[in-house]
Design a protein around this ligand. Structure first.
Ligand SMILES: *Cc1c(COP(=O)(O)O)cnc(C)c1O
Length: 486
């Protein structure tokens, strides 16, 4: 980078010809002008500025000061990478980063082909420090101070009495079913539009997942469909808070109450989301979370069960530890599993809990910017936020209204892929998955699944990138401000 800075700097006393030579050599389309004595940044000139000056009849031997920009955009080295990248755009491709002496210490360069991932973790000093502590002290397995600490922090965050860590979210779901003593001959109601592990956790126990259609607005399980699916074998309901938006819990809890069913919330995608002011996961008998690498916070792989019920928490703790008696080592009254989280995973988790509020704020801010950019495009349907809900927008997801647009969701995804923007299609409905294929028709889940896609939603995503993504979508939709659509 030092070399790059040297190449792009030129004394502010040179001629236009010399500045052009500098631009030519650095191939960045810009020359940074500096005071030849103090090396202080005094302005910049782009190849476009020079071209326009020449067309206006200015000669090459004139001083470059005649064409330099009066107020170029600059950054200070104290600014965050985020703040600096927000200054960059298609027309502003280079921003010099200055120190307090106004000397150029770095260059921020706009690279529109940089690949934008759907989600990536946000780590900092604390993650490194706590994981290092595990390695340095040797506490790398499932004993160690971070496991308990992570559980305590997470229970406090969700407002429940107990939290139990697990190896991953699927294991947490499986344990929740086992703790409720669900097994062969039982049925558990799940939405069809979800990630497959919601249903698999039921199947692992020998019970049968019964698939219910979605609500068109929230994309979550339709409470009316639940009641129709109940039989004498039904034992539990697993509502999923899809893509960060809470399921409509009150009618679900009412039905569960009426028929004596347990409720396990699959909150793997919705840490911190609120249903009528309460944290999701804390409303049912148990709530389950995932800390996979692309989830709201991550421990690499990891999961958690939260509950207010002491006896369920205790059962889960025994089942995740080989079914071992808590008072007698190597004594196993029940069939258990090894579903314990490691201290290394929990170390990451503790560090992530220090930034979870900040991550959630960023997710919500990202959603706000996407809404502003995409809000008025005909044919693009934005994600829900019911008036009783706080959506945390795990992945900012949209629907393509194929009646209004002349392309499919898959064509939109292909277009964005060409622009180096990663997207994800909605989950295929589980009732149509090869491992489950039922003859059911669940038209809303099927329809949402074929029309939905998720856009990049990393907490690291810059506002500039959102503008670019929205720009690609607007271009593809072919509606622009001039055409009066937006
Ligand atoms: C990610 C996810 C899970 C599973 O979590 P893992 O930690 O990957 O096992 C379960 N349900 C939903 C809805 C998910 O999105």
């Amino acid at each position: 980078m030092k070399n790059r800075i040297k190449q792009v700097k030129v004394a502010n006393t040179v001629t236009i010809r010399e500045a052009m030579l500098c631009i030519d050599k650095s191939a960045l389309g810009v020359a940074l002008l500096v005071d030849p004595h103090t090396d202080r940044f005094t302005g910049l000139v782009t190849d476009g500025d020079i071209r326009r000056a020449l067309l206006n009849g200015l000669g090459l031997e004139n001083p470059v000061s005649h064409v330099s920009r009066p107020n170029p955009i600059i950054a200070n080295k104290e600014m965050s990478v985020e703040e600096i990248s927000d200054l960059l755009s298609e027309p502003i491709r280079i921003v010099p980063v200055l120190d307090d002496d106004e000397k150029v210490v770095d260059l921020a360069i706009f690279d529109k082909r940089a690949y934008l991932p759907i989600a990536e973790p946000q780590f900092g000093e604390a993650e490194l420090k706590y994981v290092s502590e595990c390695v340095l002290t040797g506490w790398v397995s499932s004993a160690g101070r971070f496991v308990k600490k992570f559980e305590d922090l997470f229970a406090a965050f969700c407002g429940t009495k107990f939290a139990v860590t697990t190896t991953n979210g699927t294991a947490a779901l499986h344990l929740s079913m086992l703790a409720l003593e669900i097994g062969s001959g039982d049925e558990v109601i799940v939405p069809s539009l979800t990630f497959i592990s919601t249903a698999n956790a039921v199947t692992f126990t020998g019970a049968k997942p019964v698939f219910v259609d979605s609500e068109p607005y929230t994309w979550n399980i339709d409470p009316a469909g639940i009641e129709k699916a109940i039989t004498s074998r039904t034992k539990a309901i697993i509502p999923v808070h899809l893509y960060g938006h809470p399921a409509d819990m009150d009618p679900i809890l009412e039905i569960a109450n009426k028929y004596g069913l347990a409720v396990v919330e699959d909150a793997a995608e919705a840490h911190g989301a609120l249903y009528k002011g309460k944290k999701v996961g804390s409303l049912g008998d148990m709530g389950v979370f995932s800390f996979f690498g692309n989830k709201i916070i991550t421990t690499g792989e990891g999961g958690m069960i939260i509950t207010d019920k002491k006896e369920l928490a205790e059962k889960v703790r025994i089942l995740r530890d080989h079914g071992m008696d808590t008072r007698q080592r190597y004594w196993h009254p029940v069939l258990g599993y090894n579903y314990r989280m490691t201290n290394i995973q929990a170390a990451l988790g503790v560090a992530q809990m220090e930034r979870i509020d900040q991550i959630l704020m960023k997710k919500i801010e990202i959603a706000k910017f996407y809404r502003e950019e995409l809000g008025c495009i005909k044919g693009i349907i934005l994600p829900p936020e019911a008036d009783w809900a706080k959506n945390v927008y795990w992945l900012f997801s949209i629907l393509i209204d194929e009646d209004q647009l002349c392309f499919t969701r898959d064509q939109m995804m292909e277009e964005l892929k060409q622009k180096k923007v990663e997207t994800r299609p909605f989950f295929p409905p589980v009732h149509n998955q090869p491992v489950y294929t039922t003859c059911q028709k669940l038209p809303i889940a099927e329809n949402l699944s074929s029309r939905g896609l998720s856009l990049p939603s990393s907490p690291n995503l810059s506002i500039g990138s959102i503008k670019n993504i929205a720009g690609y979508i607007k271009d593809f939709v072919g509606c622009s401000v001039e055409r009066g659509y937006i």
